[in-house]
Design a protein around this ligand. Structure first.
Ligand code: NBG
Length: 849
């Protein structure tokens, strides 16, 4: 006790409790924050109080580095990357901040000294669900790697009050409830009410001649809102760089509408305020048809204008002329959601800063780079002109002007090719006419990239072909990656420890070194350790499945996992056809010897996507029947884990034996879940789609379970007049499987329930399930055969993890830096503990003026 007190006193005299990294400082900081921020003391503190006290203690340490980062950037004025993304899925922060700061073990001991378990606090954190899936998670992985690589960067986005809905499963169906993630407050963010910008909306434009005789356009908006900055520090791994995630929250322009107030309409005035705030109220599901379109366009404009105004403010502080804006900032458009930025930057430069058009256009087209994340035609954004006109009249004028000049260029290069002109135009002339956001992004950007080799090639050959003809030099490929810090170290500490014990530290920054594992792939004792790591994670997942689904899975069975958004192109229903095939075989021969499997699913369906919701029903319905059928005797288990999130993913990836990456070839731009599974030693069963192609190249064809048509075979099959019914008629096993569903086997005799799904498969089968069925089933048989041979399977698992170095998001960011952003690392000058202790000397007022 006395020793402890002495230690604490010593530590406190050495270090500031807000910044120190010793166990004692952390403990003191924790108690201090518990007391002064929460107004609590240990005896009465709830888990949430404890979590927040720790979070604030960690945030202090982040802010300390952040200040140093800002000071360094102010001194050096480096080129800066701005990532514009409508979505971020950062996952819970506590664990990753501790890991990146390198104080996880110290914090664990500091808390243990108070009788508190760090894991409990880490598990307590709710995550910000500010994204739909892969695209938002990629943005978060890139933010982690940008900071880790010491690249000056700001992530701009929207601070939705409600993130992606929380998914419940009731009677086998998805039920959506609101995600009130801010309910208990968010200790990681810092509000910046003084960093706020006006956002104009609607109204009309006036063309006037100014005093100097120049033609000027004035936008007279119908409404003006404010966007307020809310910042979250993002610290790099093992470095002092702290970059910013700056999310905008909508507010009314003035607190009250005094006009309405004076008329006695106090409540009207307050309501107006509420209306403004709806802009950042809720995130929209990405594959929702039509619904809420107006608000989405508004959200896009909202965060884009705030972000650009913020960059212009920062640029002004550098004293450089506006015409050199693009030398300071490289702005990445994450899909077309922020593509309105092309028109908005023109407006800010021309209308508000009075640059001439050509200079402004030169700045704009050297500022932006555009990442495409999908080839699915229904996901390519286009806005009806009447809607666009009513919300953003000035932007529409600017887009028309950009388009006119662009089409002149096209005509100049391809005289007499009006069909081409129509194809590339930013305006789609089909009534009611549309603005094609991808075209706007292409015209206004100096670089265009896809997210995996196959996807980039298909982009250039199909959806963006005309643009590729025009400017082949603009096109790049930047294969996605994921951060090994969160998805190996944090998610799978046992594996991380084994890797470090075998290879030494540093593999997490230099994952190419994982290749050294190859030497151990056949080593029996290493294999034993490898399996025991996996086993431990499988047991944890079994406990979670029991708790959340009431389904018992056996950790020695093969864990076959599919975790991703529910979508027809991702083909969860193909997976289900396999389950039913096995079930049917067992029913025909109950003594059949099969490798026991646990099929585990996770994923949300957009609330308005009926077919996807029906797929969830089917999975659960099949589970209901299979799980309780005594003939199956536990050899098959099916579980649907509700509410897939980053956090849940962190439990799934390490526990999986088999990763299902079975999209129709040509449809999945990249996938990133595929990378997370494989890094954790799961083997992949997959098509030649997205990043699967490159994963297979890296891990070796012999360590990957490949099946299905290739992209060109898919195209050929469809254009040759595909007849799925013929396949059904020609394959008796497939026929029985589909007939079981259609006959009501999984719906209590109700033949109607799954009919829409079956009808679609029999008539259209747009995603070629039936065409790939036989090949998939045969491949799954190989999987089972291989699993029987434990040593072989383990060897393959080790080789998978060993060869995944390419898919670290550090490599992805390095690719972007080199070929697109042209930025260099700027190490932060952080010489330890230099937090303020005494008052700085303030110059006398006269000197300040
Ligand atoms: C998704 C793709 C994935 C890809 C992520 C990240 C959209 C529009 N696209 O295949 O479907 O991995 O983007 O690039 O969400």
């Amino acid at each position: 006790m006395a020793r402890q007190r002495r230690e604490v006193a010593q530590a406190a005299s050495r270090e500031s409790i807000r910044t120190g990294s010793s166990e004692e400082s952390l403990r003191l900081a924790f108690l201090d924050n518990l007391f002064y921020v929460q107004g609590r003391f240990l005896e009465v503190a709830s888990i949430d109080d404890q979590y927040k006290a720790l979070a604030y203690s960690i945030r202090d340490r982040l802010l300390h580095r952040w200040v140093s980062t800002v000071q360094t950037y102010q001194r050096i004025n480096p080129r800066t990357v701005c990532y514009l993304s409508a979505e971020y899925l950062p996952g819970p922060f506590l664990g990753s901040n501790l890991l990146n700061l390198g104080i996880e073990e110290t914090a664990r001991k500091a808390l243990a000294g108070l009788g508190i378990d760090l894991n409990t606090l880490i598990a307590h954190e709710e995550e910000p669900g500010l994204g739909n899936g892969g695209l938002g998670r990629l943005a978060a992985c890139l933010m982690d790697s940008l900071a880790t690589l010491q690249i000056p960067a700001i992530g701009y986005g929207i601070r939705y009050e409600y993130g992606i809905f929380t998914q419940l499963i009731r009677d086998g169906e998805q039920v959506e409830i609101t995600d009130n993630w801010l309910h208990f407050g968010n200790p990681w963010e810092v509000s910046r009410p003084q960093i706020a910008y006006d956002v104009k909306l609607g109204g009309h434009t006036e063309h006037v001649t100014d005093d100097l005789g120049h033609l000027r356009v004035r936008w007279v908006p119908h409404d003006v809102f404010r966007g307020v900055a809310i910042d979250t520090p993002i610290v790099g791994y093992g470095v002092s760089t702290v970059n910013l995630l700056r999310l905008w929250s909508a507010k009314a322009a003035e607190g009250f509408d005094f006009h309405a107030f004076n008329r006695g309409d106090y409540y009207g005035a307050v309501l107006r305020e509420t209306r403004s705030e709806t802009i950042s109220k809720v995130l929209y599901p990405n594959d929702e048809q039509d619904l809420g379109k107006r608000l989405r366009l508004l959200q896009q404009h909202f965060f884009v204008t705030c972000s650009l105004q913020d960059m212009l403010r920062v640029h002004r502080t550098t004293g450089r002329p506006l015409a050199r804006f693009h030398e300071k900032f490289s702005v990445q458009l994450n899909d077309t959601h922020p593509a309105i930025a092309v028109a908005e930057l023109m407006r800010l430069l021309v209308d508000e800063s009075r640059l001439d058009w050509d200079t402004a256009w030169n700045v704009t087209r050297h500022t932006f780079a555009y990442t495409n994340h999908t080839l699915l035609p229904e996901a390519l954004e286009k806005w009806p002109i009447p809607l666009f006109q009513s919300l953003l009249p000035r932007h529409l004028e600017i887009i028309y002007e950009i388009n006119a000049r662009f089409l002149d260029e096209v005509r100049g290069r391809n005289p007499l090719d009006e069909a081409r002109v129509r194809r590339v135009s930013i305006i789609d002339e089909t009534p009611p006419r549309f603005v094609r956001m991808a075209h706007l992004a292409c015209v206004g950007s100096f670089a265009i990239n896809g997210v995996a080799e196959l996807h980039s090639r298909l982009l250039a050959e199909t959806v963006l072909r005309d643009f590729h003809d025009l400017w082949p030099e603009k096109f790049h490929n930047t294969t996605n990656g994921v951060t090994p810090r969160r998805f190996v170290m944090l998610s799978n500490p046992g594996l991380a420890a084994l890797l470090t014990a075998t290879l030494g530290g540093g593999w997490e920054r230099e994952p190419a070194r994982l290749r050294e594992l190859e030497r151990h792939a056949d080593d029996a004792s290493f294999q034993e350790q490898w399996r025991s790591v996996k086993r431990e994670r499988k047991e944890m997942l079994a406990a979670l499945v029991a708790e959340r689904c009431g389904v018992r899975v056996d950790p020695s069975s093969l864990y076959d996992v599919q975790a991703k958004r529910i979508h027809e192109y991702k083909r969860q229903h193909l997976n289900v056809l396999h389950i039913i095939t096995l079930y049917h075989r067992i029913k025909c021969d109950p003594s059949l010897e099969i490798i026991p499997r646990a099929f585990i699913f996770g994923g949300k369906a957009a609330p308005g996507y009926a077919m996807a919701k029906l797929m969830i029903r089917l999975i659960n319905a099949v589970g209901e029947v299979v799980n309780r059928d005594p003939d199956v005797a536990g050899r098959l288990r099916v579980a649907f884990l509700p509410n897939l999130s980053v956090k849940l993913g962190q439990t799934l990836y390490p526990a999986a034996d088999l990763s299902e990456q079975i999209s129709t070839a040509g449809k999945e731009a990249s996938g990133t879940g595929n990378m997370k599974f494989s890094m954790n030693g799961a083997l992949t069963i997959g098509t030649l789609d997205g990043a699967n192609v490159e994963i297979r190249e890296e891990v070796g064809a012999e360590n990957f379970f490949l099946f299905g048509l290739t992209e060109s075979e898919v195209t050929r099959t469809l254009s040759a007049g595909y007849r799925p019914r013929d396949i059904y008629n020609g394959n008796p096993e497939l026929k029985s499987v589909i007939d079981l569903i259609g006959g009501g086997e999984f719906s209590g005799g109700d033949r109607g329930l799954f009919q829409p799904l079956i009808d679609h498969l029999m008539r259209h089968d747009t995603y070629l399930l039936l065409a790939d069925y036989a090949s998939y089933i045969a491949c799954q048989e190989q999987v089972s055969e291989t699993y029987r041979d434990t040593r072989r399977w383990t060897r393959m698992s080790i080789l998978n993890a060993a060869r995944m170095g390419k898919f670290s998001s550090d490599r992805t960011v390095e690719d972007y830096c080199r070929s697109i952003w042209r930025v260099e690392p700027t190490p932060v000058d952080f010489s330890g503990d230099h937090a303020p202790r005494s008052l700085p000397s303030v110059p006398p007022p006269s000197a300040r003026r």
